[in-house]
Design a protein around this ligand. Structure first.
Ligand SMILES: [Zn+2]
Length: 88
């Protein structure tokens, strides 16, 4: 009977548990603070500031202008939509 190693394992497990709990609390607090900060700063805009949304006339979905493809004056979400719309 050697209680030494068993006790050490228990201490390690407790330490590990403490670290995990602390990490979860810190992560949750950070997420809460970030959400609060962004919601108070820009209550009406969920999107990043300055990001303009454009309508894809093919699939009728809005895409960020920076990610949209410009083909003959229209913005598309993908090459596939552009090709489909332009060919009819
Ligand atoms: Zn599309």
């Amino acid at each position: 009977m050697e209680p030494g190693p068993v006790r050490q394992t228990t201490v390690l497990l407790r330490l590990l548990l403490f670290v995990v709990v602390a990490w979860i609390v810190i992560t949750a607090m950070r997420a809460y603070l970030v959400a609060r900060k962004s919601s108070t700063r820009n209550p009406n805009l969920a999107k990043p500031r300055g990001e303009e949304m454009v309508l894809d006339p093919q699939c009728q979905s809005y895409v960020p202008k920076s990610e949209a493809l410009l083909r003959k004056g229209n913005y598309y979400c993908s090459e596939k939509c552009a090709a489909l719309h332009l060919t009819g």
